[in-house]
Design a protein. Sequence first.
Length: 577
Amino acid sequence: MPQKLPRPGIEELRAARRESRGLYWMVGIFSFFANLLMLTGPLYMLQVYDRVLGSRSEATLIALSLLVAFLYGTMGILDYSRGRIMARVGARFQTRLDRRVFDAMVRRSTIAPDAKAQTGLMDLEAVQRLIGSPVLMAIFDIPWTPVFLAGIMIFHPWLGFLALGGGAVLILITLLNQAFSRRPLLKANAAGQKSQLMSEEIRNEAEIVTSLGMREPAFRRWQQARDEALTSSVSANDVTGTFTSMTKTLRLFLQSAMLGLGAYLVLQGELTPGAMIAGSILLGRALAPIELAIGQWAIVQRGSKGWQNLKELLETTPPELPRTKLPTPKARLTVRALTVLPPGEKRATLKNLNFDVEPGEAIGVIGPSGAGKTTLARALTGVWMPAGGTIRLDGAGLDQYGPDDLGRHIGYLPQRVQLFEGTIAQNIARLSDNPDAEKVVSAAKKSAAHDMIVRLPDGYDTRVTSGGGRLSGGQIQRIGLARALYDEPVILILDEPNSNLDNDGSMALNHAIRVLKEDGRSALIMAHRPAAIQECDRLLVLDHGMRAAFGPKDEVLRSMVQNHAEIQKTASMGGVQ
């Protein structure tokens, strides 16, 4: 029976939180005894001032001191244990949602990129930090505040009224802190995230920034974002710092006022010296959770915002339902009435497009810039979902294949090839930790990358960065082509594959396409250059997102292009424009 998935959004977050319900109960039990042991200090003061000093018994003092040392040690162990438990609760919460949030972030980035997609993992980490922070444990301590205040009231009503008044003022300060600091903290967090994302963007494009002399303008843009983040952070710290200082000052004053009032009551004979000291200790303990909450309010606000962002991200990106694994399809692609709207756009880039691809066939997709070639490539690989129409692979809609399965069946070489941190072998093997060496070398040979790779210092084990390191554009593109061929896909989609290839690379590409066709597989080549369509059997011409022509290559070139004979000659020679 398939596992029932929780409703996206808040239900998923609550379900992940409920998994640690038993640990929360354990922390509650530990907190009960830890707070109970907080009475050790006041009771010790009562006994020392009211009994030991009166009886002048050293044996009693030693016995009491040993007992207090044991009780405080037990309290320390309990407090340490609950802190460790809450840290693990936070880690479990994050681990439970890591995959879900990661998938939602990746899918949201392709279909509707926005700030929540960019900060999803940071939001999850913010919630994890809140769960593991001392401020959350203060929630287990706050219920004891009335108990401690009641204890003070038992000593003397006046002391109790003073403690209640001080506690009421601290609660008021807490509410004011929440009201006045919420907006500055949210603004500071948003500005900090913007600055961080901009720095990552500049770092990833460091080559362009340097080569085009953009370092100074890039720095000014980043500095502007950074200054905004710093200004917002300072403003938020000023607000929270003000309330923190007020809380600390008031708490110290209340403890001194408690001692002063207690001393007066002692002089009046209405209170013992031990009760005076014990009342001051109890007051400090009663107000400690409130002061802690105010001092760490920034963590509370960031965690709360992270929870809200995660809720919206998961609601707008529901979990993918498990799919029945389909057998390896034949290289038959059917596109009917395909309409595609790029993410965030209101105007369709592809409109009512129809064509077929048969096994052993190569289709060239040509047209002017902006005609919709790249949009078609992204739709055929499942990156962008159709707004209308259907795309079927061997009769099954693309949405019937899991994303990883679809990626194995349809190889894709985008216009801009992006490598990842790791070895060349891992990049070809699509980030596999244990690449299949035979498949890696075979794919590299098909893309004419093998000889180039073995000449590198560490061969296939050469480590590269996301920007490719010292590799040229042509070398990166060959590695990208090898990655597309790694799992022997039934259909290969190439978006401007010749953009960085030399003549040898173009010949190797055409050879790879011939091998695909001989194996009964298919290829679609989005191209501007004649060399890229040499092995194509049919051509699809796009114009303003619509099909302008579709048919045998010679007929389409003859009807659509004036210099078709020259193009045919150039393509047959394997040359480039």
